[in-house]
Design a protein. Structure first.
Length: 487
């Protein structure tokens, strides 16, 4: 038993490193008087860096369950946790130079983001309803605080309150669904629930159906899927931009990982009524999520709100990969998630420095950026074109993989809806590009945030968007080996 427990702890090492980083940050702030903020940032990057290296080493390891089957460690969960850790590092680096977060609260921001990452990693590996709920709540509770960090900003306070209210309601609905499932099945384990479902009669499955719909509410809320998306635009707009960047990546990766795993374990029985209903609901919500996100983004003046709706639409695209319930779909989601991280990071990095300089994130602030900072305008355009799915950028390959997965399962209508939504998204992304290229500069004053270091970081984040659009086969081979799920 002791040997097995030690083995489980070794397999859980990436999460332990992140937890240790959070505890060290807390100790640093509590016991070192007037601790320089740079120390906290160094601690964060070292701890998260070791966790990322550890996760890279586990991606090729055989899949296993740990802690009495409470958690599952497989290549897919390791990849999603790697993206969660990298996304956290991206947001932390942005927060260092951002004026959106008060200097006195930067250390608290680090502690909260690392804590949220722990919840996301737990959710990505959850293998029973208890650990699933713990992951959701760990992810959510700290997120409410992170969203309302700008205490003197009414939008931030409003966003944090809405986030907490929606989160409380959806958590209650999800718990009710979980309790109903447990009452009927008698186990918390995902594998046990899956085996019961395969043996149940149609009448019993009909009784379980509403419970699974309530179960989905918790996931839909985290990934901002329609109709659980209403919090996202206000929270994204009111939150500091590093927090918005973080919310666009980390909770979404964790939620998508949970959605894929649940779909594979519970609804992989061919022809069952639960499978037909789940896939039908998931298909409808994915189509609505893409459409609502893109249509609502068209008339946005705030770039943060525009990117919030864009993030909603991209969640809908990734949901399509879960609809097909196949390894091809999981590989498409994995590829999309990697590319999405870089595209989102570049867009928010450029936005953050422009917003810090001008005091707001309105589209007009990008006017004439091409004539003032040509490199930044080019990199922002690359990120936007890739988000729209234009070749030769990585976003095109990511969307093509999703479409290929749909077509192999003959979901032609969903494929058409996805293509049409990409055309709509191209319109509002091009609005930003048009303003950058053809707009007259509002000021000749230098944008302080565009230091040589920050420009180099943005350039570094942009390189994968270009390279993976041309040399996409390497990433495809990587995600193919890292998209294995235990059923």
């Amino acid at each position: 038993m002791n040997v097995n427990y030690i083995s489980d702890l070794i397999a859980y090492m990436p999460e332990l490193l992140v937890i240790g980083t959070m505890l060290l940050l807390l100790a640093t702030e509590a016991f070192i008087k007037n601790c320089p903020k740079m120390v906290s940032y160094i601690v964060s990057f070292i701890g998260l860096g070791f966790a990322a290296i550890s996760l890279l080493g586990t991606i090729s390891n055989p899949a296993k369950t740990i802690f009495f089957d409470a958690l599952i460690i497989d290549p897919f969960s390791s990849l999603m946790k790697l993206l969660i850790v990298v996304g956290t590092m991206v947001a932390i680096f942005l927060s260092y130079s951002s004026k959106d977060i008060y200097k006195s609260l930067k250390a608290e921001f680090l502690i909260m983001t690392v804590g949220i990452a722990v919840g996301g990693m737990l959710l990505a590996s959850a293998n029973n309803m208890l650990t699933f709920y713990l992951g959701i709540e760990t992810l959510s509770i700290l997120s409410y605080v992170a969203a309302s960090m700008m205490k003197r900003n009414e939008l931030s306070a409003e966003g944090g309150l809405k986030y907490a209210l929606y989160g409380g309601i959806t958590a209650g609905m999800m718990l009710y669904g979980m309790s109903h499932i447990y009452g009927l099945v008698g186990t918390l384990e995902f594998a046990g629930i899956g085996s019961y479902i395969s043996e149940y009669s149609t009448e019993k499955l009909l009784i379980l159906l509403p419970a699974f719909m309530l179960f989905f509410v918790g996931i839909g809320y985290k990934i901002a899927a329609v109709p659980f998306h209403m919090w996202a635009p206000d929270v994204y707009e009111g939150s500091p931009i590093p927090t918005t960047t973080f919310f666009s990546i980390v909770p979404k990766m964790a939620g998508i990982a949970a959605l894929v795993r649940i779909t594979f374990i519970f609804f992989n029985v061919d022809g069952g009524i639960l499978q037909h209903t789940w896939i039908g609901v998931l298909s409808l919500l994915a189509a609505l999520t893409m459409t609502v996100g893109n249509v609502a983004a068209v008339k946005q003046r705030s770039i943060k709100r525009l990117l919030a709706y864009s993030s909603i639409s991209h969640a809908g695209v990734m949901m399509l990969g879960a609809v097909v319930i196949s390894e091809v779909g999981v590989q498409a989601i994995s590829f999309y998630a990697v590319v999405y991280l870089f595209m989102t990071a570049v867009a928010f990095y450029v936005l953050s420095h422009i917003s810090d300089m001008n005091g707001n994130d309105h589209m007009e602030r990008f006017s004439g950026l091409a004539s003032r900072y040509p490199l930044m305008a080019i990199l922002m355009s690359i990120a936007l074109f890739s988000l729209a799915g234009l070749p030769p950028f990585a976003g095109f390959i990511a969307k093509f993989n999703i479409l290929y997965a749909l077509i192999t399962k003959k979901y032609y209508v969903l494929a058409i809806v996805a293509v049409l939504n990409s055309l709509v998204s191209l319109y509002y992304y091009m609005r930003i590009v048009r303003v950058m290229v053809f707009g007259a500069p509002e000021s000749t004053e230098a944008i302080i945030g565009f230091s040589k270091l920050n420009q180099a970081v943005i350039l570094g984040l942009s390189i994968p968007i270009v390279l993976l659009g041309v040399y996409w086969n390497s990433l495809s081979m990587f995600v193919e080996s890292a998209s294995i799920i235990i059923r």
